[in-house]
Design a protein. Structure first.
Length: 105
């Protein structure tokens, strides 16, 4: 129980939900700006972001992990899901965007 209370206090002190509200839309706009015919849609809430492709997502997820050390999940056959921690820095998200750009090129 002490760990839960400490986690809640940390969230209150750092207001991480505000970071998610700020960085999430920024991250989605950067992903939408990638010029790739493979992208169907970018959607999400806060920092939970889905990148829907017009083809199977699994090969691209594997390349993101192997070539760029970016952890992503599959959400259905054509969606790459990003669930970064709320403490992620903007520079790290920029690196993810560049990795996605390279993989989808």
């Amino acid at each position: 129980m002490a760990a839960g209370v400490a986690a809640i206090r940390y969230l209150e002190r750092t207001q991480l939900w505000e970071r998610a509200a700020e960085l999430g839309p920024w991250f989605m706009e950067k992903l939408k700006a990638i010029p790739s015919p493979k992208i169907r849609e970018v959607r999400g809430m806060g920092l939970m972001v889905g990148l829907e492709l017009k083809e199977k997502a699994a090969p691209y997820i594997a390349r993101l992990e192997k070539e760029h050390r970016v952890l992503a999940l599959q959400a259905g056959p054509t969606v790459i899901r990003f669930l970064p921690p709320l403490v992620i820095e903007k520079e790290d998200l920029e690196r993810v965007v560049e990795a996605v750009r390279a993989v989808l090129a």
